[in-house]
Design a protein around this ligand. Structure first.
Ligand code: ADP
Length: 204
């Protein structure tokens, strides 16, 4: 049973690494960004409510985001652990998650931070915007989301560092090298995958 967070600036490759970790540890990835985008695409009530905010690159209000995560973590597949991608991102969300988990007698095992330079990730995002046609990936929004992340989210990592939960990994370089770095640091803390067959090709 593994409970992980993955954190990093937009474009650092969280989604890619999350997919691999989720497979290895046999836990669902819960990406708040993906949930918001799916709702926007499906034109649900939530989607209509958050579209302008997400398109502008701002953070969706905490009350809405916290409620969404509570619902998702209450689904059966999250009982056996999870990997949260893109949450928590604000002081309020960090507190909320801590209380939610402790009320269930749970705690986080580790927080994986992907470290990447702003210019490198802006370049990656420009390419991805073209390839995927993400409507929230205009140049202006890309820059804005970097600023919001550096200002709002990066400082929160100190909380996890103080608790000894923070693993910091260079997010630049080939995908399997980055995965290797993450798995090595998790293993150093005794966090190993229950699903080693899925690890072939990961370099570990
Ligand atoms: P990126 O990592 O590229 O910023 P995400 O897919 O994680 O993209 O998130 C896309 C957008 O969804 C964010 O810019 C924000 O508007 C919204 N969002 C995602 N997660 C959160 C969160 N935890 N709190 C507030 N807003 C969020």
């Amino acid at each position: 049973m593994t409970r992980l967070l993955i954190v990093g600036p937009p474009g650092a490759g969280k989604g890619t690494q999350a997919a691999l970790l989720s497979q290895l540890f046999d836990v669902p990835t819960i990406s708040t960004g993906d949930i918001f985008r799916a709702n926007i695409a499906g034109e649900t009530e939530l989607g209509l409510q958050v579209k302008a905010i997400v398109d502008a690159g701002d953070y969706v209000p905490d009350t809405l985001t916290n409620a969404l995560v509570t619902d998702r973590l209450s689904e059966a597949d999250a009982d056996g652990g999870f990997l949260l991608d893109g949450y928590p991102r604000t002081v309020d969300q960090v507190r909320y998650l801590e209380e939610l988990l402790s009320s269930r007698g749970h705690q986080l095992d580790a927080v994986v931070r992907l470290v990447a330079d702003t210019e490198a990730v802006v370049e990656r995002l420009r390419l991805r915007a073209v390839q995927l046609g993400r409507t929230d990936d205009t140049e202006e929004a890309i820059r804005h989301r970097q600023d919001v992340y550096r200002r709002e989210t990066e400082p929160l990592l100190a909380v996890f560092r103080e608790k000894g939960l923070l693993i910091e990994v260079d997010g630049l370089g080939p995908i399997d090298e980055v995965s290797g770095r993450i798995l090595e640091q998790l293993a150093a803390r005794g966090i190993t995958a229950p699903n080693p067959s899925a690890a072939s090709g990961s370099g570990v």
